[in-house]
Design a binder for this molecule. Structure first.
Ligand code: ZN
Length: 249
């Protein structure tokens, strides 16, 4: 069984709690859909852990950290967090910096495993495309997405978990009686939610497990105040990046 996680965003406490939950289950592969860094106060520690995952793919925050200073894609607080993240990566000892850089440079934009397609954003634009629940009404957009999907697609990026189906419906995990989505003949795109910065109003970390048929949405409590304290201690990180963790918005 696979555990699929995304958008850790430098939140070590959340990542450790999720990994502890994963260890209790029969998981043989951890697949990470990008944005391991950015926003959060522990980017280097999260990258060090991510190096051991079975697969990690590139997110827009990794791309910004590696290649772009002053990107127009980011708002001020995200931009400042990227600059701060760079400093954390490069101000460590040389060996640590080299390891992080090598890992980041080797990240692939997409990953395929049989009829499973893994991306950060969407199959149309793996790094940039945001697919929100309301986009299910946008038939052109969803058509373009599903034309690139054989059967399953897993994504992150919006931090909003749920299941998009090619029959034009979207299901929020809350509307699944047991948090389990059983797949049938339809094509699905599953947003696995965010480990380190949930935005669906539930402050617990989110990830999914997948056994080939059932997608199970899992929520995990972690020590939010510990992370908030670290955000406050880094003066380049906007306080709101800590506060939003308390509400999961
Ligand atoms: Zn993200």
């Amino acid at each position: 069984m696979k555990a699929i996680i995304s958008d850790i965003h430098g939140n070590l406490e959340a990542l450790n709690a999720v990994l502890e939950d994963i260890r209790k289950r029969d998981i043989d592969q951890i697949i990470c859909l990008g944005d391991m860094v950015g926003y959060g106060p522990s980017p280097v520690e999260c990258l060090n852990i991510a190096r051991d995952f079975s697969v990690s793919i590139l997110g827009n925050h990794e791309e910004a950290t590696l290649f772009r200073a002053g990107s127009r894609d980011f708002r001020v607080r995200a931009e400042m967090a990227i600059e701060w993240t760079k400093k954390q990566l490069f101000d460590r000892d040389q060996q640590s910096s080299e390891q992080s850089l090598k890992f980041l440079h080797n990240l692939q934009e997409t990953y395929h495993d049989g009829d499973e397609f893994y991306v950060h954003g969407s199959p149309r634009q793996p790094l940039r495309d945001y697919v929100y629940p309301k986009d299910i009404q946008n038939h052109r957009k969803m058509g373009e997405i599903f034309s690139r999907v054989t059967k399953f697609c897993f994504c992150g990026h919006t931090h909003l978990p749920g299941v998009f189906r090619d029959d034009g419906t979207f299901t929020h995990p809350e509307d699944l009686p047991t948090g389990v989505y059983l797949t049938g003949k339809e094509k699905v795109m599953v947003n696995v939610g965010s480990v380190g910065q949930p935005r669906d109003g539930d402050r617990r970390s989110c990830y999914v497990t997948f056994d080939g048929d059932a997608v199970v949405f899992r929520r995990v409590e972690y020590n939010i105040e510990e992370t908030v304290k670290k955000v406050y201690a880094a003066k380049e990180l906007d306080h709101s990046l800590g506060e939003r963790l308390r509400t999961g918005k």
